[in-house]
Design a protein around this ligand. Structure first.
Ligand code: KE4
Length: 443
């Protein structure tokens, strides 16, 4: 798509500096970005370059202010530049940034994760959600001595080869659900199931008896838009993996510490065998983690034969940012009620708008502080449904919201987030912008 002509405007004003810097970026960085979904390709226009953020707000390099509902794709549950995190990071980095040797900060955050996440007795820190999920399936394959994994159509677990088959997030955004470069010997060990379809899973296990090492799932799917698990789907998965001797892996990179202080597994009362984490546990710094029962984790090097490593894994500055974020969440569980109340206010406003704005075929989905607006005539229960959404309508809506100073995900297949720094006025502004944007899109 010609990305040159379409230029986003903020309240009608051309974002000149962003546009020029994007042209410059494209000389040195593929697509001008370091992660595809940031390029705004599916909504058109050039990406907005951000200068700074504070609380619920961000400012672009042209000086335009936005209320941010992307929050770096989820990590910033306390909002941008939270004083408590900034001060802790400043103090830490003044003592040095990295040593390639163990530090107290790693022990402190590991202890907190073990205390907070029901399934985790031991945890290994890495530098991204991708590293966490690729390490978790390697561990599951070693532990069960089986090669196959099951993932769900539309779920995204990072860009590890085994997962780039019918993935979600950016690969769905670019309709590249399976990436070139992933070899057949990898794809043959990845089986794709449909979200919310227990019969399909039972069939897969029958056809691959004794060969499936693990089933990895986003317990609440946030990479095909927001898709909620139907009743008993997760319980059914837990039962069948137990019966079949396969490991159940909850990919809680989004939901971990987001939907409750113990993640989706605490919220639903289902204990997976392994859990992958990211985003919030880094407090805005590059961090991922995977953990589970000691008997599984103990086969990891250096105790066991399963190799996994990382130069900056457990980086003390990132650990401090994550540790203080988790500590604040643990010590202030009312943050989750606050986020849910804000989410409720958002939901009430948007449902009213859908009724009175003349919008047709719009579905609003929310789970706590996670939400998504599907331009779709039907309820979305899996990736097949999600792909029936109108990306054209979403793109038009996105541009209208940006013009009104509301920064939402530049893709129909991503979701919106709230933080404890968001206030009622931010929600009211969203609702106002949402009404006039829907009116414009459907006029
Ligand atoms: P990272 O490697 O991007 O840290 O994490 C990969 C990952 C794993 N599991 C889940 C459930 C995830 O949502 C992600 C990454 N999320 C996307 C946004 N939906 C990252 C945004 C991007 O790719 O730029």
């Amino acid at each position: 798509m010609d990305n040159g002509s379409l230029q986003l405007t903020f309240k009608g004003v051309l974002m000149k500096k962003s546009s020029n810097l994007y042209n410059e970026a494209c000389k040195y960085i593929p697509g001008g970005v370091n992660s595809p979904v940031r390029a705004f390709r599916s909504v058109g226009g050039k990406p907005i370059f951000i200068e700074r953020g504070k609380g619920s707000k961000i400012w672009d390099i042209d000086g335009n202010e936005y209320i941010d509902f992307v929050l770096s794709w989820g990590p910033l549950i306390l909002g941008h530049a939270d004083e408590r995190i900034v001060n802790a990071v400043k103090e830490s980095v003044e003592k040095g940034s990295s040593f390639g040797a163990p530090t107290k900060a790693e022990v402190d955050i590991a202890r907190l994760i073990v205390e907070m996440v029901p399934s985790i007795e031991k945890v290994r820190m890495v530098n991204s959600g991708t590293e966490a999920t690729m390490s978790a399936i390697r561990l599951a394959r070693a532990y069960t001595r089986r090669d196959k994994i099951v993932k769900f159509n539309g779920c995204y677990h990072g860009h590890g080869d085994s997962f780039l088959i019918k993935a979600g997030s950016g690969s769905l955004t670019y309709s590249l659900p399976s990436s070139p470069g992933v070899t057949k010997c990898v794809t043959k060990n990845t089986i794709i199931a449909e979200y919310n379809d227990l019969e399909n899973i039972k069939k897969i296990f029958l056809e691959n008896k004794g060969e499936i090492s693990s089933v990895i799932i986003e317990p609440i799917a946030g990479n095909m838009g927001l898709v909620l698990p139907e009743m008993d789907f997760l319980n059914g998965l837990r039962e069948i993996t137990k019966e079949e001797g396969s490991l159940l892996i909850f990919d809680e990179v989004i939901t971990g510490f987001r939907v409750s202080k113990g993640g989706a597994q605490e919220y639903f009362g289902i204990t997976p065998d392994l859990t992958t984490l990211g985003k919030i546990i880094g407090g805005g710094f590059p961090v991922g983690a995977f953990g589970g029962r000691s008997e599984i984790m103990n086969i990891l090097a250096p105790d066991g034969p399963v190799y996994q490593a990382g130069t900056l894994s457990g980086n003390p500055v990132a650990m401090i940012a994550g540790y203080h974020t988790l500590k604040i969440l643990k010590e202030n569980p009312d943050i989750y009620n606050y986020l849910d109340k804000l989410g409720e206010k958002l939901e009430d406003g948007i449902l009213d708008n859908i009724k009175i704005s003349g919008a047709k075929g719009v579905q609003f989905v929310r789970f706590g502080s996670l939400s998504c607006l599907f331009f779709n005539n039907d309820k979305v229960k899996n990736a097949i449904d999600a792909l029936n959404s109108s990306t054209e309508r979403y793109s038009a809506y996105f541009k209208e919201m940006i013009k009104r100073g509301i920064y939402i995900a530049p893709s129909q297949f991503e979701i919106s987030f709230l933080s404890s720094a968001h206030g009622r006025d931010d929600i009211e502004n969203f609702i106002k912008a949402n009404y006039s944007s829907l009116k414009t899109v459907f006029d």
